[in-house]
Design a protein around this ligand. Structure first.
Ligand code: HEC
Length: 89
């Protein structure tokens, strides 16, 4: 009983740490967008609008598509979540 509670707490602690590490990671990865864009450009856009905007941007701009070619869909999701939160603070 005691032991499983301790394990539960340990697992929760690790998950919290992992989420924080991921958030820091997203901020770092989002730098790729800030190379070409200003954060203010994304003001008023939520993550879904940004993700759609990335599709349009990739279609319109070879430069952008090339810069994002190595970004995985998971990373891109983390990036747009992060940028949407930052731009609309
Ligand atoms: C190599 C430069 C470059 C990088 C890197 C880049 N973009 Fe772009 N992006 C552009 C260009 C050029 C356009 C098209 C012209 C414009 O709208 O500024 C564009 C357009 C967009 C648009 C507008 C699309 C529309 O609806 O017209 C959004 C949103 C966008 N980019 C988001 C991002 C995000 C998010 C990232 C990072 C994941 C990113 N861009 C990375 C150059 C870049």
């Amino acid at each position: 009983m005691m032991k499983s509670t301790m394990i539960g707490i340990a697992v929760l602690g690790m998950m919290g740490w992992h989420a924080a590490a991921l958030a820091g990671d997203a901020a770092g990865k989002a730098e790729v967008c800030i190379d070409c864009h200003e954060l203010e450009e994304f003001k008023g856009m939520d993550a879904a609008a940004l993700a759609a905007g990335v599709e349009t941007g990739n279609a319109d701009s070879k430069m952008m598509a090339k810069a994002l070619a190595d970004v995985s869909p998971e990373d891109l999701q983390a990036i747009v979540d992060h940028l949407a939160a930052e731009a609309n603070k």
